[in-house]
Design a protein around this ligand. Sequence first.
Ligand SMILES: Nc1ncnc2c1ncn2[C@@H]1O[C@H](COP(=O)(O)OP(=O)(O)O)[C@@H](O)[C@H]1O
Ligand SMILES: [Mg+2]
Length: 256
Amino acid sequence: MAQVFVLANQKGGVGKTTTTYNLGVALADIGQKVLLLDLDPQGGLTYYAGFEPEDLGKTIYHCLVRDMPAKEILISNDYGIDLLPANIDLSLAEFQLVNAPARERRITRIVNEVRDDYDYVLIDSQPSLGLLTINALAAADKVIIPVSCEFLSLRGTRALLKLIAKVKGSLNSKLEIAGLLPTMFSVRTLHGREILDLLGTEFPQLYLFPHTVARSIRFAESTKARVPVFETKVQVPGALAYRELARELVKTNNRI
Ligand SMILES: Nc1ncnc2c1ncn2[C@@H]1O[C@H](COP(=O)(O)OP(=O)(O)O)[C@@H](O)[C@H]1O
Ligand SMILES: [Mg+2]
């Protein structure tokens, strides 16, 4: 049965979507069966995986609001990825589910339909702490928190930790924080290193993944071209971090 990870941080632009996709491909490359779930109405993950979000007739919205079985919306790409896609329809779900029974557990139910078929389910969440993110946290075993190595990025992390604690107390007692993943690390600036030190002192209780994702323009290029960052012609230093992260997850998973 799959381990379910959610990539969460209510700050936008910290690398949630980039991490979800490239970590997913890195896991698939080492023989893992991977399902990605796009839970952001922007559909960035769906786009990165090679699909046109607005051209898809059936998305995670239909599972959430219309009880469509997950298998009916499942799509796959050439990089070994299965995807439950999203598009802008998903922005309606939050309102339409306001009075629905068990509205925080809808994603849990959807994930449970398919998790036996996979080793890993990675959920990309939207930059907010609303109902969709709560659904993702309720469905997950572990949270990976991407933090970009810039000062403002630290501020939101406390609010996220509070929400995680709340979800753990009410909806999902087994929820754990896998760790903080430093992204957009500038090797050459002092600032990047200062932020890393600060992360360690501000959040001593949290695991800091040792392989920081370096800042590189290749990530934006890879998103635009809709190919995993490993597939670009030049070697991207940050890409290796995702391979290392994939190996680390598989290794620790096997130990449990
Ligand atoms: N390591 C990195 N270095 C430079 N740019 C990055 C890196 N990771 C992601 N990006 C770029 O930063 C932007 C935001 O990343 P994204 O993954 O969409 O963040 P989020 O999902 O948290 O909003 C995108 O344009 C992406 O290509
Ligand atoms: Mg995103």
